[in-house]
Design a protein around this ligand. Structure first.
Ligand SMILES: Cc1cc2nc3c(=O)[nH]c(=O)nc-3n(C[C@H](O)[C@H](O)[C@H](O)COP(=O)(O)O)c2cc1C
Length: 217
């Protein structure tokens, strides 16, 4: 069901990682891309470029690249002992094993190929504000997708490692003056996940000077 008010849309947005086998209409796709184009950018540089990927083999390629990236990232987390924090609340040894395997195998990113569309977000490397500009466009996309009753997930996993970026550039014929910033899966959600926890405002916001809380919750 479509959401209307901007506040409803912001609240309803979730990272969607399972999709129904259903097409996104060309009209909806165009609305989503139009919202991306309306995002603010430093000096109005508009450094974003997009590739719409619908071909199954290309989507599998992106999913595999995401799996490689996630696998390396979580293996790195384990080796540098950062992963211990993730397992703090997880007592059941079997569940720990399952989660560990899913993270280090990279299978957490496998869902990408299920989505009807994978949108590649590229950015012009010679633009100073490229990370901020493309992030603004991506957030517009996520909200537009939610407003249309569709679902999306923002992934950097396939774009972190320079070796993966080189492979993506070769595969998708992307010129060297563009950076592969992120990919977004877009499709009909198979289910609506629960909201992930958010830090309370009293821990985030200060009044006039850092440390003076604006809110006491
Ligand atoms: C910059 C950025 C990178 C992300 N990269 C990934 C990713 O590689 N894989 C993934 O499954 N989710 C990724 N996410 C989604 C986050 O995990 C998700 O936004 C967060 O857990 C909060 O959940 P929510 O989006 O449902 O509110 C990313 C989100 C952002 C903003």
């Amino acid at each position: 069901m479509a959401n209307d008010s901007v506040f409803d849309v912001i609240k309803a947005r979730r990272s969607i990682r399972s999709y129904e086998d259903k097409k996104v209409s060309d009209e909806d796709l165009r609305t989503i891309l139009e919202c991306a184009r309306q995002a603010p950018s430093g000096e109005n540089a508009q450094p974003w470029r997009f590739i719409v990927v619908r071909d199954q083999e290309n989507k599998e390629f992106l999913a595999q690249t995401g799996k490689n990236g996630s696998g390396r990232r979580f293996t790195g987390e384990f080796l540098s002992k950062q992963m211990h924090n993730r397992f703090k609340g997880l007592e059941d040894p079997e569940k720990r094993k399952r989660v560990f395997k899913k993270l280090t195998s990279g299978n957490v990113s496998a869902f990408v190929s299920q989505a009807d569309i994978v949108l590649m977000v590229l950015g012009k490397k010679d633009v100073w504000d490229l990370p901020f500009d493309t992030s603004a466009a991506i957030e517009n996309i996520l909200l537009a997708v939610t407003g249309l009753g569709l679902g999306s997930c923002w992934l950097v996993a396939p774009c972190i490692d320079i070796r993966d970026e080189i492979r993506l550039k070769e595969h998708f014929n992307i010129p060297d003056d563009l950076k592969v910033v992120s990919i977004l899966s877009i499709g009909q959600p198979a289910r609506q996940p629960n909201a992930r926890p958010r830090i309370d405002l009293d821990e985030l916001v200060y009044n006039e000077t850092y440390g003076e809380k604006l809110y006491e919750e």
